[in-house]
Design a protein around this ligand. Structure first.
Ligand code: T4K
Length: 407
């Protein structure tokens, strides 16, 4: 364990890890089960277009989300786009800016205009009052709430706002598989919700997504639009697209789902380890997941307060990288701070900007052990307790890289 600033790899010490640790490493699963399923699909000679593995995957996801319908897609981005087409969105779509850029890009790609609102300063989820006061106009056709890091957004308030305004309400639930809101499974709120099964997610289908909903007509429409619009009476203004999940992805998704409960248990233990290791450390706040709700704990997020720790988030990230710990600034820059949105003009989103400059996702998942976490936190503690000294030393030795590291 490191005791002195000189022990830090950024100043020439031995890195804390021999091999890199990542955020978003795929979780463990039973390879034999995966290969059995793949062989079965190959033997069936039915590889995509709503095959039996995809149907089974949809059934399992619908059950987990407590909804009647699940339409599996090639990824969550396409899932959001199918919803926009199926409901005929036009004009503007209101969403938080503190999200992965896919939430915004998915709409922009269709010619819709993402309009960003601010977030709650602690959870980072959409601030409903900000959405109502500053973002909704007569051109708004939908709101997309994001269950950031698996925390539920204010679903009841958003449902009321959407109903009052007569607009659609979707949730980007890319992070929220198996999570709850007021004890109810995420998946059944708004008009529809969208999960991601990307390789980095707690349940992976290599690439994959799913639209879940209790709306029979909407589910029917997105199912048809996913497959070129075939079978859709009267067609759709946009025609259809190809956003199907293939059988290989479904095989992986099903196998990963079987390991989901173990992954959540592992993630929860990791989250608790981080919590106890970082407890009381000035300038470092772990984003706490509410005890009253279920979470999948796939993200462990810390917020670094530069003024208290004397060290910026970006310098800490760089310092960790030197130790072979690849932390990720989820989500920075916020959407409105990056192109193509930034050049539309300045929007004031103070809570979003504060959080996006401070948050950092730390490695977790089934490949990360409690000993790994002790070692990561040893570095974080050493860094945060000596922030001003480290920052000054860094600035002295790397004057040209200081701004880039946000020191
Ligand atoms: N909405 C939200 C709120 C989202 O977070 C996302 C996706 C979406 C919508 C869209 O969902 P999809 O259309 O993708 O289904 C990654 C993922 O690519 C992205 O899916 C995910 N969110 C986002 C949070 O993370 P990057 O740019 O950070 O990916 P990358 O390549 O830097 O990898 C992240 C980490 O994962 C690295 O530490 C390496 C590790 N990794 C990655 C891959 C692909 C692995 O260890 N193995 C792997 O196979 O976006």
């Amino acid at each position: 364990m490191k005791r002195h600033v000189d022990d830090l790899a950024i100043f020439g010490g031995q890195p804390a890890f021999l091999y890199p640790l990542f955020v978003g490493r795929p979780n463990k699963f039973d390879r034999t089960r995966l290969f059995d399923r793949l062989n079965w699909a190959l033997d069936n000679e039915w590889l995509t277009n709503g095959g039996p593995l995809t149907s089974e995957f949809e059934h399992c996801v619908a059950e987990l989300a407590g909804v009647r319908h699940c339409v599996a897609t090639c990824n969550a981005t396409a899932g959001l786009q199918l919803l926009a087409h199926a409901t005929g969105l036009t004009g503007e779509v209101v969403m938080p800016s503190l999200t992965f850029v896919a939430t915004a890009h998915s709409m922009r790609w269709l010619g819709l205009e993402p309009v960003f609102c601010d977030v709650d300063p602690r959870t980072g989820c959409i601030d409903v009052a900000s959405a109502e006061a500053t973002s909704i106009t007569e051109r708004t056709s939908a709101i997309i709430g994001v269950h950031l890091w698996g925390q539920s957004c204010a679903v009841v308030e958003l449902e009321k706002l959407a109903a009052d305004k007569g607009i659609a309400l979707f949730f980007d639930a890319a992070h929220a598989l198996g999570c709850t809101s007021f004890g109810r499974a995420i998946g059944g709120f708004g008009d529809a919700e969208v999960f991601s099964f990307h390789a980095t997610k707690v349940v992976s289908a290599f690439e994959g997504g799913a639209i879940v909903s209790d709306d029979d007509e909407l589910a029917h429409r997105v199912r048809a639009l996913r497959n070129f619009g075939i079978g859709l009476t009267g067609g759709n203004a946009a025609g259809g697209t190809n956003a199907k999940m293939c059988e290989a992805s479904a095989a992986m998704g099903l196998t990963s789902l079987e390991a989901f409960a173990d992954a959540v248990e592992w993630n929860r233990a990791n989250y608790e380890s981080y919590r106890s290791e970082l407890e009381g450390l000035p300038g470092v706040r772990i984003v706490e997941m509410p005890e009253t709700e279920r979470n999948n704990y796939q993200y462990v997020i810390v917020e670094i307060d530069n003024e208290v720790s004397g060290m910026g988030r970006d310098l800490l990230m760089q310092l960790l990288r030197a130790e072979q710990v690849t932390a990720k600034p989820y989500f920075s820059p916020a959407c409105h701070e990056q192109e193509p949105y930034r050049s539309r003009g300045r929007v004031e989103l103070p809570h979003t900007e504060r959080l996006s400059a401070r948050v950092l996702a730390l490695p977790t998942g089934t490949g990360v052990s409690s000993e790994d976490i002790r070692r990561i936190c040893n570095v974080v503690r050493l860094a945060a307790s000596n922030g001003p000294e480290i920052t000054a030393r860094w600035q002295r030795t790397n004057p040209h890289r200081t701004a880039e590291a946000g020191a």
